[in-house]
Ligand binder design. Structure first.
Ligand code: F6P
Length: 542
């Protein structure tokens, strides 16, 4: 491989190609090529992607695919699926794809087939979920469990919350699910204030079982349970753990028989389909959970085998590289037109930004090109009445992903047609805008014309599926997981470590005793941090 990304022939070609394309308007591109709306599409695992409203031509796509080839994307995909230790900075394989591999498939880590282990845990989760859902599993006082509280943070929270919200339609409405993540006591207090401890099960979800927030909340949950049930034996009926760290789980006092394991080759932000999804499985049932895994797997197989020109995650990822590195776009807006996907953008923020928010390559060199963009978003149509103004008429270029479904899970009058008309209208308005001539022809006063003109040429993807089923959710998440991998591979960063979260954790540990000590501590921070700590100590109430 050549020394830097910028040295690749495809990169150089894309630079000169960009200078030709950047001045072209989507109005012209569509007028010259009426077939592009049908042609620049791809479909897999039940998802349809229209990428025709991009500031890109067939040549752009050809060059981006060439960039993928010159970056050995194919080789990297194969290495990931083979279980090679591609997370080099942590010496680990990266095998979230094994979590959804069907029984009978083999994937090896250090000579051991991990797929049977995956299914053993899934079966254990299914057995447990069934016992909770049927009421067979009883709390300490003999009452059935009605409330499930997942305690976790980051990848041990965002995936489970997102999936629960996304699949709420398929959930057992007799169960109440809550999620506690923040070390802010308010999170725990509000999540439990109306719950009966005798009917509540806590799932303590933590890959490491050492995360400060989760351990603090888990101890609080334990005290909350014991305050009411008054017997240590109650813990076994009201606490289970999801972790890779059996030692810490038993130190906490949870019987490892009630622990659901996973493995160090599953990254936290890639773990919602491992045992970290236990709350999801309890909510929607094992069958729906397995359907979700099948959706993930269908997209995995597509990513692994389809040529890049027809490969949804590759196209999505390469277009993100196109805007990030050649147009200088700094963000991507993810706009699901489905209320059930309200936590999807938050989930994607960890997936994308903890993965590709890196500035050194795998071989430790500082990059000289932009990497991971900022992902953000809100469900439509709500966002239209808040931030879309900036996307339409602001000074920044913000590529958008519109996500919509052809059938509503809650058909109510004409709501769904109204909702979907907005998906198509927004993508159309962003791409084609409204010229000053058109505005003038409507009789607008001259002075108002610039304000009412839409320059357009603002790119978007439209991702459509039939219905938001568990399968579709799995396929959609895998689409973004592999888009992130595509981007990371082009940028030569490691999308699977997260060293950038360490420093703040270490400094907080040093500050905790300085906030808690009775005696005035000797502070050795900078003058700002010292003064803030002193002020806090003065004003806090103990
Ligand atoms: O702070 C970052 C992080 O390590 C994430 O990558 C991870 O998802 C989260 O913390 C939670 O970690 P754990 O599951 O070990 O509690």
């Amino acid at each position: 491989m050549s020394t830097t990304l910028r040295d690749l022939p495809a990169w150089t070609s894309l630079e000169s190609h960009h200078s030709e394309v950047k001045g072209r308007h989507l109005r012209e591109l569509f007028a010259e090529d009426p077939g592009r709306g049908e042609r620049m599409t791809a479909e897999a695992a039940g998802l349809f992607l229209d990428y025709s409203k991009h500031r890109a031509t067939d040549e752009t796509l050809k060059l981006l695919v060439k960039l993928a080839e010159e970056s050995d994307l194919r080789g990297q995909i194969d290495a990931m699926f083979r279980g090679d230790p591609i997370n080099a900075t942590e010496h680990r394989s990266v095998l979230h794809v094994a979590l959804r591999a069907p029984k009978g498939q083999s994937i090896f880590v250090d000579g051991k087939d991990v797929v049977p282990d995956v299914h053993e845990v899934l079966d254990k989760m299914a057995g447990f979920s069934d016992r909770i859902r049927s009421g067979e599993w009883r709390g300490y006082t003999g009452k059935p469990i009605r409330n499930i509280v997942n305690i976790g943070i980051g990848g041990s929270d965002l995936g489970p919350v997102m999936a629960y919200e996304a699949l709420r339609h398929f959930s057992d409405r007799g169960l109440t699910l809550r999620f506690v993540s923040n070390v802010d006591g308010t999170d725990f207090a509000e999540a439990t204030r109306d719950l009966d401890p005798a009917e509540t099960l806590f799932i303590v979800s933590s890959k490491t079982f050492t995360t400060l927030e989760t351990m603090t909340n888990a101890q609080t949950a334990r005290a909350w349970t014991l305050a009411s049930l008054k017997d240590d034996k109650a813990i076994a009926r009201h606490f289970v753990a999801v972790s890779t760290n059996a030692d810490e789980v038993s130190k906490f006092g949870i019987d490892t028989a009630n622990m659901f394991g996973f493995w160090d080759w599953v990254g936290g932000r890639y773990s919602m389909d491992a045992a970290i999804g236990l709350s999801t499985m309890i909510a929607v049932g094992p069958e729906n959970f397995r359907a979700m895994l099948a959706g993930f797997h269908a997209m995995d197989e597509h990513y692994r085998t389809a040529p890049f020109e027809k490969n949804l995650p590759a196209i999505l990822g390469l277009l993100t590289v196109w805007y990030t590195d050649f147009f200088g776009a700094e963000t991507v807006a993810v706009l699901p037109y489905d209320q059930y996907l309200k936590r999807f953008p938050a989930y994607l923020q960890q997936l994308t930004m903890e993965s590709n928010g890196k500035s050194v390559t795998l071989d430790g060199k500082r990059v000289d090109y932009p990497t991971g963009p900022i992902y953000w978003g809100e469900p439509g149509t709500n966002g239209q009445h808040s931030f879309y103004q900036l996307i339409h008429q602001g000074t920044r270029l913000i590529p958008c992903d519109f996500i919509g479904f052809c059938q509503s899970l809650n058909p109510l009058g004409d709501h769904h047609d109204l909702l979907m008309s907005n998906v198509f209208a927004q993508a159309e308005a962003l791409a084609f805008g409204k010229t000053a001539e058109q505005v003038k022809a409507e009789g607008t006063a001259d002075w108002l014309v610039p304000h009412r003109t839409f320059e357009g040429n603002r790119p978007s993807n439209v991702i459509l599926a039939d219905r938001l089923t568990p399968e579709m959710l799995g396929a959609l998440i895998a689409l973004y997981e592999h888009s992130v991998f595509t981007q990371g591979t082009i940028w030569r960063v490691n999308p699977f470590d997260q060293w950038g979260v360490e420093l703040g954790k270490v400094l907080a540990k040093r500050i905790i005793p300085e906030l808690e000590s009775k005696d005035e501590p000797k502070l050795n921070h900078d003058s700002s941090t010292n003064a803030l700590i002193r002020r806090y100590r003065r004003l806090k109430r103990t």
